[in-house]
Design a protein around this ligand. Structure first.
Ligand code: TXE
Length: 454
């Protein structure tokens, strides 16, 4: 399998794809390893995770460079992503024992009732390329602490990063028969679906997620899907600082080149402040440094996948044909690398693809609205349900609207944000189940209830 640098289109590595036989023997060893791993105490498992965090800290620059080389993510953003691993390790250090401890619910003289949390067994973590470290460690660190072994299949667009994490997990004391990173694309993914695993944890597109859920349904094992979105942001007329709101909204839309599951994908602005907001927004976007992702100053690098250029181009054409106005960007940047100009489109309408289909790139549609109820109607009219944001100086007004939206995450005066303290979950076409927080660890265990009569 060839690994291509999206900034230069050069082949940077060639890897041997995991064969069917190798997959079988990897799974046999993970099944064997899991038994011993589950016997270890939570403290012992946690020690390995904490050591992993230390290795990550020591090698942060190397890890960031590989991520940038492989996915085109600007170096500063690669560094930010790796620092998130530290944050998850610390969160697990503080909470994992508490979350996994047996719970006694009734302790009367004649009856004891309690819950023990047992690991699922061997789980598959089929992952994505857009935040490959992040979407990986949000799954496998929690699964490992809970006593599972993990078959990790990174995206074919982020395999080198997956292999680096495997190296440091092993160095940190996680046995080789407890964590294995396999190499391949959807074909290998398909073989994993056909194999005997105790849970499937997926991050990626809605289409593949649905296929996975259908294919493994007969096994009756847990399936979690973290899929995409078409996340709306509404700027109310009472924002205290329109310029600051525009800067924050633009960052939410263009960070990681818009390739984030929770990127701001469509913006609604009150007609009272619309023009001022748009001016400030376009000024901000035009100030972004585009180019070589290995430079710490770059904010917009290449897209990770070449095929997305066409998707973005089609969304621009569709919007312009339906009456939108192009204020910035709008096309691929010719030359080496998969670069697309940061694109701002106004005068948008709900029927344009840029307002109702996932863009997953540096493009944003802005639509004027005349009331909160119009904004609510437009924000709600989607098949997705990942996040929604409202900027306003009035918390009650913002929450009044956010409370009515069918989303997993609601943001007031912020956006495009993930925290280990609260669950990360999508509704409808944005997915199933949760990572992070108590729910994120409970996803990797099964409760066993005890009724004891002493
Ligand atoms: O996803 P895929 P891709 C969305 C985003 C993006 C689109 C395509 O819209 O443009 O998905 O990205 C593996 N059985 N998101 O092509 O195809 C595949 O090898 C088992 C949103 O990367 O879903 C990879 O490891 N596995 C998302 C993983 O599935 C299969 C993040 C994801 O690939 C398989 C990334 C099969 N039959 C993309 N076919 C988010 N939530 O942020 C493929 N795979």
């Amino acid at each position: 399998m060839q690994i291509i640098n999206p900034a230069t289109e050069e082949i940077i590595s060639e890897l041997q794809v995991t064969s069917k036989d190798e997959l079988r023997s990897v799974l046999d060893s993970l099944r064997e390893g899991q038994k011993a791993w589950a016997q270890k105490s939570i403290e012992e498992r946690l020690e390995c995770i904490i050591r992993f965090g230390e290795f990550i800290q020591l090698n942060v620059n190397e890890l960031a460079e590989i991520l940038t080389l492989e996915t085109g993510k600007p170096l500063q953003q690669s560094l930010n992503e790796i620092k998130g691993a530290q944050n998850r390790v610390e969160h697990l250090r503080q909470n994992a024992e508490k979350w996994l401890a047996p719970e006694t619910l009734v302790d009367s003289g004649s009856t004891h009732e309690k819950i023990m949390y047992e690991p699922l067994g061997v789980i598959a973590n089929i992952s994505a390329w857009n935040f490959p470290y992040n979407v990986g460690y949000n799954v496998f660190l929690y699964a490992l602490v809970a006593g599972n072994s993990v078959l990790y299949k990174p995206s074919e667009f982020a395999t080198l990063t997956g292999k680096q994490f495997e190296k440091y997990l092993w160095q940190a004391g996680i046995p080789e028969n407890v964590f294995q990173c396999v190499v391949g694309d959807g074909k290998l993914g398909q073989q994993i679906l056909e194999a005997d695993l105790n849970g499937y944890f997926f991050t990626g597109s809605h289409g593949t997620g649905l296929h996975i859920a259908k294919t493994v349904a007969h096994k009756l094992v847990p399936v979690q899907l973290e899929l995409g979105g078409k996340d709306p942001l509404y700027i109310m007329d009472d924002v205290p600082d329109v310029k600051q709101a525009a800067i924050n909204a633009a960052e939410g839309a263009f960070y990681n080149n818009g390739q984030s599951c929770c990127a701001v994908e469509r913006i609604y602005v009150s007609e009272k402040i619309h023009d001022e907001f748009v001016d400030a927004f376009v000024t901000e976007v035009k100030s972004y440094k585009i180019g070589d992702p290995t430079s710490l100053e770059t904010f917009v690098g290449p897209l990770t996948r070449k095929q997305q250029l066409k998707v973005l181009e089609n969304q621009v054409t569709d919007a312009l044909n339906k009456g939108a106005i192009l204020l910035s960007g709008g096309k691929e940047i010719k030359g080496k690398g998969y670069y697309f100009e940061p694109t701002v489109i106004t005068n948008c309408k709900h029927e344009m693809a840029v307002m109702n289909e996932e863009s997953f790139g540096p493009i944003i549609g802005i639509q004027k609205v005349s009331s909160d109820s119009e904004a609510l109607r437009l924000m709600s009219d989607t098949e997705y349900g990942l996040t929604a944001a409202v900027f306003s100086s009035d918390e009650q007004r913002a929450l009044g609207l956010l409370n009515q939206l069918n989303v997993g995450t609601a943001y007031w005066n912020c956006c495009d944000r993930v925290s280990p303290n609260v669950p990360w979950s999508g509704r409808n076409n944005s997915g199933l189940g949760s990572t992070l927080s108590t729910q994120g660890i409970r996803a990797f265990v099964q409760p066993k209830s005890y009724h004891l009569r002493p």
